[in-house]
Design a protein around this ligand. Structure first.
Ligand SMILES: [Zn+2]
Length: 425
């Protein structure tokens, strides 16, 4: 009989099985082997959880296969595998038809294999999945919300709930589920008969028929589930709710359990240490020190803008006052400046000249940002000229135009000469 070892024993890392079938199939444009075994420990992708990976070792040859994916169809687990790159015995090479054709290695399908799942990956998923049951069961018990979506991959765990939480709720859930971990009680996995099942109040995303596998965290949760779980709650390790965001009228929660939580803690601590070193404060003082730094920066920027505005106005006014109104159309090229500052400076000279006054400033995008004003000339004429000559975005009216232009200083000056007989600053 076909046997799913992962149903009964989540810790069956290695197993021996007859091979029911092994054939070459095409998977995402690659020729791979598809195995069906008499029994397997490989948990196939299902219920939001990605599959186990691991190895098959042919007992009659030295051929080894890397199992990279497993899926279930009509209650049969299909394992997809590649021949591992190592010297192969018991294989025969097809005669080369032409020298330039790559040799194809013909593999004799194994009759029996030793299977070995990647235990680190499996245990990591067991920690996350068991943690998820504790969180979902606790949410259901305390707030009455259902888990309506679940995804578990090698780097991400998300839980969707049909309700919203306050920050206090999240703290309460976290405290409750971690208490379950510290209590370190046994997790029960069983298949109740139909009569027993009717009496049990369990969570399930869908109406189930046939043999139902229940996973019970006594006092916290009972849920229908097909995945491998830890034997006792202490193995889950720390359960941390990393985020809880509004999603489709409910909440999408992201959690990290066990080693993942430990790795996250380590990485966050490294970041905090780095920031504390940069600010020369202790880790506890990082937040207030950063807030102060931000306030100081805003203050400095405000002061700097004031100085820049004065300098810009001074440069404009001196240019305008050194000759008559018609021949002084100051246009400045400069590094990045605050557009607000530029606008104020331009406004201070527009009524002193009959030409264009403006600033081209290096923008974050390619080329220049610009603000140009005039009380006597039509700014839209200049905008049209810019647009015709270069890739130009923006707009405005007769008295002021603003935008971005993809051109360099020399190109712009060449064009501006036709429209402005003034000075470049
Ligand atoms: Zn589950």
């Amino acid at each position: 009989m076909y046997e799913k070892l992962y149903d009964e024993n989540a810790y069956a890392v290695e197993f021996l099985s007859d091979v029911m079938s092994c054939k070459e199939v095409s998977w995402e444009n690659e020729d791979v082997f598809e195995f069906v075994l008499e029994k397997t420990s490989f948990f196939p992708e299902q219920g939001g959880q990605t599959s186990d990976t691991g190895m098959f070792y042919d007992t009659d040859s030295e051929n080894e296969f890397e199992v990279f994916h497993a899926y279930i169809k009509d209650d049969t687990v299909y394992h997809l595998a590649r021949l591992a790159e190592k010297p192969v015995v018991e294989t025969r090479r097809k005669k080369k038809i032409e020298d330039e054709v790559p040799q194809k290695i013909e593999v004799i399908p194994p009759k029996r294999v030793i299977g070995r799942i990647n235990w680190d990956e499996r245990f990591d998923k067991m920690q996350q999945h068991s943690g998820e049951h504790l969180v979902s069961g606790t949410v259901h018990r305390l707030y009455g919300y259902d888990n309506v979506g679940f995804s578990l991959s090698s780097d991400n765990v998300t839980l969707d709930f049909n309700g919203k939480f306050t920050d206090e709720d999240i703290l309460e859930i976290e405290k409750t589920v971690n208490r379950a971990v510290f209590e370190n009680f046994k997790v029960k996995v069983y298949f109740p008969d139909e009569q027993e099942l009717k009496k049990i109040d369990y969570r399930s995303k869908k109406e189930l028929t046939g043999r139902v596998r229940l996973v019970e965290f006594p006092g916290y949760d009972i849920c229908a589930c097909c995945a491998p779980h830890v034997a006792s709650t202490g193995e889950i390790g720390l359960i941390k709710i990393v985020s809880a965001e509004h999603f489709k009228g409910g909440t999408r929660m992201s959690i990290k359990c066990g080693y993942r939580a430990l790795n996250e803690y380590r990485s966050l601590l490294d970041s905090a240490r780095g920031i504390s070193r940069l600010l020369s404060v202790t880790i506890d003082e990082v937040l207030p020190a950063t807030e102060k730094l931000k306030a100081d920066l805003q203050d400095s920027r405000f002061k700097l803008n004031g100085y820049m505005e004065k300098t810009l106005c001074y440069a404009f006014i001196s240019a305008v006052e050194s000759a008559d109104r018609d021949h002084n159309n100051p246009i400045m090229f400069t590094d990045t400046l605050d557009p607000g500052v530029i606008r104020k400076a331009i406004n201070s000279v527009t009524d002193r000249t009959n030409g264009y006054s403006g600033v081209f400033y290096k923008s974050e995008k390619e080329g220049y940002g610009f603000i140009i004003a005039s009380i006597a000339k039509d700014c839209t004429v200049l905008f049209a000229a810019l647009k015709e000559a270069f890739e130009t975005k923006g707009g405005g009216n007769k008295t002021m135009i603003q935008g971005n232009v993809a051109a360099d200083e020399a190109q712009l000056k060449e064009l501006l000469k036709e429209y402005s007989n003034g000075v470049f600053l």
